[in-house]
Design a protein around this ligand. Sequence first.
Ligand code: ADP
Ligand code: MG
Length: 666
Amino acid sequence: MDISLSRIKGIGPARLKAFEAAGITTVRELVMFLPKEYRDLSCPVPLSELRPGDTACVKVKVAGEASQRRAKRLVITKLYVTDGTDTVPVIWYNQPWLKNQMQPGRELLLYGRAEHRQGYVTLVSPAIEQGQGLIPVYRAIAGIPAKALRQSVEAALKLCEGQWPDELPEALRRRHGLCERNFAMRNAHFPDSREALEAARQRIAFEELLLYQIALRLFRSTGKRGVKIDFDDSAVEAFWRCLPFSPTNAQRRVLDEVAADLRSEKAMARMVQGDVGSGKTAIAFAAIALAHAGGWQSALMAPTEVLARQHYEAARKLLEPLGMKVGLLVGSLTQKQHRLAHEAIASGEWDVAIGTHALITEGVEYKHLGLVVTDEQHRFGVRQRTSLSEKGDAPNVLVMSATPIPRTLSLILYGDLDISIVDELPPGRTPVATRIVPESKRPGLYDFLRKEVAKGRQAYFVCPLVEESEAVEALPAEVVYEDLRTNRLPELNIELVHGRMKAADKDAALERFRTGQADILVSTTVIEVGVNVPNATVMVIENAERFGLAQLHQLRGRVGRGSEASWCFLMSEPTARLKFLTSTTDGFLIAQKDMELRGPGELFGTRQSGTLTAGIGALAGNTELLKLSHDEAAFLMADPESPDARAVIALARERFADKLRDVAIN
Ligand code: ADP
Ligand code: MG
């Protein structure tokens, strides 16, 4: 199973490279590359029953010639399909070749979303399917068409049919009613039935969660001594006095917890969770000031350059008057600036280094690093979070996160971190008014936007990220952007930002929005990471039903930062789930609800969690499984010399050793 992928038919040198880029080099790794979802082709929906917002399979015939038109960078292919119950338009973006493939009368099995377009229920960019039953959908790998990916996985499964030794002890499997491994792998990819799929996911998720928790326990128990920072009690009050506002009680409490950690022998490993806008930055700066008072350097790492600059400006205002030298180290600096920054960090001239990944690249040596703060950590993998902590002598680590995570879950996922919660917003905030806007009310939204912009305000448009099979397909954000600037709001200044842009272009566009040169920023969810534009008062979220509640809540936290009334418009037909969001602003309540409804994977974005792969994603709301695996880990570790425990520990080491070695920060 550890044989090279080149043994699989259809995988030539080019595809081998593409797989490699995605981290897949062996047959085993390909089989472990699990689908992110499944399409049910077993019961096509009659076109007459298709409603906007539905994602469905339809069995249809092409009803006429396809037409094609261009709109700026988009090629739009349109055709009508019928199934006897109704005739419905279908559109595809940037797949021009489809026009010649769609002869009238051709039978098609389509799977996709129905949306309102120009007054008609329209199928938008559906996948053209074959086969029956549950079909796996994989995360897109650049350079490998979806169909080829499926075929490669199928071939890989064939190659190791029946050959996976079941590494989990049988007694353990019996205890939890887990299916056998070969069965699990086959059915996770090509399920025989819904029941078989469920059993497969249970097995895979349980195994992964169990091993992860065992690994965490193993590495944690090694314990590391950390930098102990001594400072005078008065330093805390001195910092608070420098702020232009008085701290909330929650900020005071959390800083006290941080201060106690800094003073202790043990290296701090603490995560501060708090809703967007709860004032975590002030806590981070306070911790940095305390470290400085004790004679130590700090590093503050942000996930994007824009955020790093934002922190840098704020830190200079706040920390330089306290006698600290603040420096910025980001990728876009010139070579000379880089060299100077490295020197300033190594000589200790900079008391605080603020930046992006550049802070942890090779060649950066700190003089006496005592504290590392990472902002919005869910955007960093565990590896990045910890490689910075290796730069010095086990420095204290403070992680800021705006994703409230239910207690049960954070215990398991961040078992290596202590947690502080900022459960109070600064006074004087006007809550963001949240409204659901169905398609029929869309024109009213644009009128509203014109008025807000006339008042000097700005607005965000956020579109879901869709990883479709065809790598060339247009992003929803591009479609919305073109529509806004050519049809809906041509008189306004509109910027577009998405993940496929070059970092420099992205930063430039964000900067134009931040400085008020642009009225509207259209983006995929990149802006989720902490951009602070107090003048932005409107947040429009397209296809809101596609987002998790916690994510929507985070997004709306991007507005309502100033004293002006602010708005969040959820573009969707009303659903109970979305209505819940209009009824509360409590981030923890929302996170809890989200986990019940969609599973914990959604809280992180499965891809970002980095350490956990299928397990978390496959959990689908199963807090029970989290608890069971947690208890099993405790049970096994209570008697680590038993044969079963030894077997599982060996597995956990093998599976997570690389990923977790660095986590041993406390
Ligand atoms: P987040 O927790 O999302 O990182 P920030 O730290 O960016 O939140 O704070 C959001 C805004 O609230 C900032 O403009 C900040 O200056 C302000 N702020 C923070 N703490 C307080 C406070 N105690 N009183 C008033 N305003 C505050
Ligand atoms: Mg923040």
